[in-house]
Unconditional design. Structure first.
Length: 167
């Protein structure tokens, strides 16, 4: 019983309370696994930082309860758009980071980003509210020689650049 409680407590510390997705603390471990698989499969992988750009506007228009529910619904959409081998994490209040593995080449990451962006084309319906979500994605591609912290930094920087460019 104690072991089970310890496992539940430790797994709870690496999961986002709202969505149940792995959180920022789980990201280095997940990237480490992707690095190992990248080496064994000789295939690149990508980190895609998905940042919701209008979260403050959603909060002002609909309130915090609807905003939380909209982010939960968005997390489900993101998971549905991906292959089972890809992993969605909730890395901050306004952002998700996706680890897309077994890519044929670096260009395949753009295809993953396209699928993720397609998840916000339609409004998210929560509590009888249609919530428009705007999102930008920053991409960092790596292989078995990549440095996890550098990939995280590069994906975040790319997301910030995309937001400032309006692309």
């Amino acid at each position: 019983r104690r072991r089970r409680q310890a496992v539940e407590q430790s797994s709870g510390s690496v999961a986002d309370e709202q969505t149940g997705l792995p959180n920022q603390r789980a990201l280095p471990v997940l990237i480490g696994s992707a690095l190992r698989r990248s080496g064994s499969h000789d295939a690149p992988f990508a980190l895609l930082r998905c940042t919701v750009t209008n979260l403050d506007e959603i909060e002002r228009s609909h309130g915090s309860e609807v905003t939380r529910a909209a982010m939960g619904a968005l997390s489900e959409r993101l998971v549905q758009r991906l292959r089972s081998a890809d992993t969605v994490t909730r890395t901050s209040t306004d952002a998700f980071t996706v680890i897309a593995e077994d890519l044929g080449d670096a260009q395949d990451a753009a295809g993953v980003a396209y699928r993720l962006l397609a998840s916000v084309v339609e409004d998210v319906m929560v509590f009888d509210h249609a919530v428009a979500v705007e999102m930008v994605i920053g991409i960092a591609v790596g292989d078995s020689a990549a440095v996890p912290d550098a990939l995280i930094r590069d994906a975040s920087r790319a997301s910030i650049d995309a937001r400032s460019d309006g692309v």
